[in-house]
Ligand binder design. Structure first.
Ligand SMILES: N=c1c2ncn([C@@H]3O[C@H](COP(=O)(O)OP(=O)(O)OP(=O)(O)O)[C@@H](O)[C@H]3O)c2ncn1[C@@H]1O[C@H](COP(=O)(O)O)[C@@H](O)[C@H]1O
Length: 120
């Protein structure tokens, strides 16, 4: 399959996500890494995310910033494949991050613990 690296979309995550959705529709035997993941199923996609997350952590420990970038890109790509599995566009994640924007993680955790305490 031909490809180039000029994205039709200013948001590269959205552009890759759109290609992922296109690949998901390919017929049997068409050459595509994304399609091969969907053919292998959800457990394979989840295993790749676990593998790439571990590789990102190892790179983080290794002290080479280029390796961190490379492994983080692999991880994000495989997360996009998972989003494609559930047909969740990147915008749904952006919206969740926007919802959290400006809310301290410490305050958020404390309010969760308060409400969990009031449930019991
Ligand atoms: N961004 C990516 C991307 N990043 C990483 N990868 C692939 O992800 C795989 C992960 O690396 P591994 O070494 O773990 O792979 P592996 O050993 O072959 O995999 P397993 O045998 O463990 O399953 C490699 O094959 C990489 O080439 C990607 N494959 C595709 N894309 C995007 O998806 C589009 C569609 O790709 P195809 O479906 O292949 O046409 C491309 O145009 C790109 O935009």
């Amino acid at each position: 399959m031909s490809s180039d690296n000029t994205s039709p979309h200013p948001d590269i995550l959205e552009a890759v996500y759109q290609i992922i959705l296109e690949r998901k529709q390919l017929g049997p035997g068409e050459k595509s890494y994304v399609k091969s993941l969907y053919d292998k199923g959800l457990d394979k996609i989840l295993a790749k995310i676990g593998e790439e997350a571990t590789e990102t952590a190892v790179a983080g420990k290794g002290g080479n910033p280029d390796e961190v970038v490379y492994e983080a890109a692999d991880l994000i790509f495989h997360l996009l494949v998972l989003l494609g599995y559930y047909e969740l566009p990147p915008e749904t994640i952006y919206a969740e991050l926007r919802r959290r924007f400006g809310v301290s993680g410490i305050d958020e955790k404390a309010s969760r613990q308060l409400s969990e305490g009031s449930d019991s």
